[in-house]
Ligand binder design. Structure first.
Ligand SMILES: Nc1ncnc2c1ncn2[C@@H]1O[C@H](COP(=O)(O)OP(=O)(O)OP(=O)(O)O)[C@@H](O)[C@H]1O
Length: 366
């Protein structure tokens, strides 16, 4: 349905998209996931004919987007990161204008406009000027114009940005519904967003595809470990002695503070030694002042993939022949993240900030 081959985009000396290859099959929801600046919008703009590639090509239903743009574009509905809305038009006028541009037969226009307005929940504001709508409602109008004409492929660049939590859930439901009859590709920098709705996730980092798999397949990239962090009052030697005989410990490290020791114990995720460790420390009169256990999450994998090595392929990314690479996780070069440790921290921070923004998103409705 969509074939992206050897795609490269350079902005001056900066390579935003770096030899991307992937295929999109009919009737699935694909998530294009990557941190800010990974190259998602650039790739989507090239796929939809908004931007020319430096190298490589994109075919939609066999039509080359560069040499046969009219036929290729007929198959696509696109919600860009910044939807090209006309602020002086009402919602209905704008959708009518888009329906004309998309050459939807006159007798079908009214019905289709009403259907997509219902689907995107903008019927209530159909007579309002677009410039007076909130960001959330503008985004829905952008989505409505992408769906008009019911194209085979719907491409959505960060479709839930600027929406409040309730609207995010509504738009996710809508995307799931669209996925029943359309191929949908959506981009996001939020892992929970794509894992909630997508059948297949492509992770992009620094312009390269670093993983391409189902959410379940990506789960398998987990190392299956959990970290138990304990802060104990006492001497390191006494604590070491107390914890010495506990089975199931993969790794243990101690950081000595003034009168306390911070212990970090790595175990397999199905082994929880918190109770045993607590008892052993209590029996040795070593007071525990804090204890927490954290299993590795899909988010950790996302952070590892987008900060490790310079975009080495993992997961089952297809090669040019459509073969899949089954060596899941084996090609992440752990020694190759020389200057990326800081990025990892920055990205962790970015993920935290994103989560906060999602939680606090303003719901100023219209
Ligand atoms: N017109 C442009 N001129 C120069 N550099 C650009 C231009 N557009 C994008 N870039 C750069 O290309 C890289 C990829 O940008 P792109 O917008 O595709 O990333 P993204 O993954 O969509 O990020 P975001 O989620 O922040 O939109 C970034 O480093 C960006 O600064």
């Amino acid at each position: 349905m969509i074939e992206v081959e050897n795609l490269v985009k350079k902005y001056g000396g900066h390579t935003a998209v770096d030899h991307l290859n992937f295929h999109v099959e009919k009737g699935q929801i694909y998530g294009f996931l990557g941190p800010n600046g990974a190259g998602k919008s650039t790739t989507m703009n090239i796929m939809t004919g908004y931007l020319a590639a430096t190298e490589g090509n994109v075919k939609i239903n066999g039509y080359d987007i560069l040499t046969n743009p009219e036929e290729a574009k007929k198959c696509i509905g696109y919600l860009p990161e910044f939807p090209p809305l006309y602020p002086e038009m009402t919602v209905y006028e704008y959708l009518k204008f888009v329906a004309e541009l998309k050459k939807i037969p006159k007798e079908e226009r009214k019905k289709q406009i009403e259907e997509v307005m219902n689907m995107t929940m903008v019927t209530d504001v159909s007579k309002r000027l677009i410039k007076n709508l909130s960001k959330g409602y503008k985004q829905r109008v952008g989505l409505a114009q992408a769906i008009l004409g019911y194209p085979e492929v719907i491409i959505l660049d960060e479709p839930t940005v600027g929406l409040d939590p309730k609207q995010i859930i509504e738009i996710r439901d809508l995307i799931r519904k669209l996925g029943e009859n359309h191929t949908v590709i959506l981009s996001s920098h939020i892992l929970s967003e794509v894992s909630a709705v997508c059948d297949h996730i492509m992770i992009i980092s620094k312009g390269k595809l670093v993983a391409s798999d189902s959410p379940e397949g990506l789960q398998k990239l987990k190392t299956g470990t959990a970290d138990l962090n304990i802060t104990v009052l006492g001497k390191k030697e006494d604590i070491q002695r107390a914890l010495n005989n506990i089975a199931g410990v993969k790794e243990i490290s101690y950081i000595e503070k003034e009168d306390a020791v911070e212990i970090s114990i790595t175990t397999f995720s199905d082994t929880d030694i918190s109770r045993e460790a607590g008892i052993a420390l209590a029996e040795n009169k070593l007071p525990v002042i804090a204890m927490s256990r954290q299993a590795e999450t899909l988010e950790d994998i996302f952070l590892q993939l987008t900060s490790a090595g310079e975009g080495k392929a993992v997961g089952s990314a297809r090669d040019d022949e459509g073969n899949t690479d089954d060596k899941k996780g084996t090609e992440i070069d752990e020694n190759d993240n020389t200057d990326d440790e800081n990025n990892n921290d920055e990205e962790k921070e970015a993920v935290k900030i994103t989560a906060k923004v999602e939680e606090n998103e303003d719901d100023s409705n219209i």
